[in-house]
Design a protein around this ligand. Sequence first.
Ligand code: A5P
Length: 228
Amino acid sequence: MPGIDSEKELVAKHAAGLARDGMIIGLGTGSTAAFAIAELGRRVRTGLRITGVASSNASEKLAASVGIPVLPFDDLSRLDLTIDGADEIDGDLNAVKGAGGALMREKIIASASDVMVAIVDSSKVVPRIGKAKIPIEVLPFALAWAEKSAQSMGALVSHRATPSGEMFRTDQNNFILDLVFERGYDSTRLASALDSIPGVLEHGLFLSEIDVLLVGTGEAVETRRRSK
Ligand code: A5P
């Protein structure tokens, strides 16, 4: 959709403008984050000095291709800023993420960042999260157990697959189950219930990580900040 794509590009460029010399910046995953990585690369090529930390192999490859130096996260304990997309987000900055399969590393770098900025087009903003499928990253050993556990919480569960029909594997070689709660859910309770299933390594509910939301709406960028 041309309108949506131009909103993604607009908001991504706006977010890239937050980068300052010396910053360590978390690079998100997905089409909106890709616009931000491209713009950060353009700025690096004209003198901006930043280091990127990638939330996925795809983002790492993209960052390298546009000239952003990338460090592995292993040796780092904090980041200055993370810029990442979302699949669904509400006015309280509660979000569902992980449609691109990178939720685990996305949540780690978001949590480690002084400031986490979510960038979305206007179609992603909802009055209250609840419609988007919630992905969970599951250790292959625990697949059937995690599926049964999620079903017992009322979820309709589907196995994430590749376009060719194979089981999707994350960059950590785990599986993804996508959960739908037809009767809705209490996000805080659900997050804590999912956190408590052994073998579920991460879930796509981001309830506290996002500090700032930037929304591309037509030709403008709206800013919302988490209320303290
Ligand atoms: C990646 O795992 C997700 O969390 C993305 O941030 C999300 O899917 C947004 O993707 P788009 O920017 O392509 O809509």
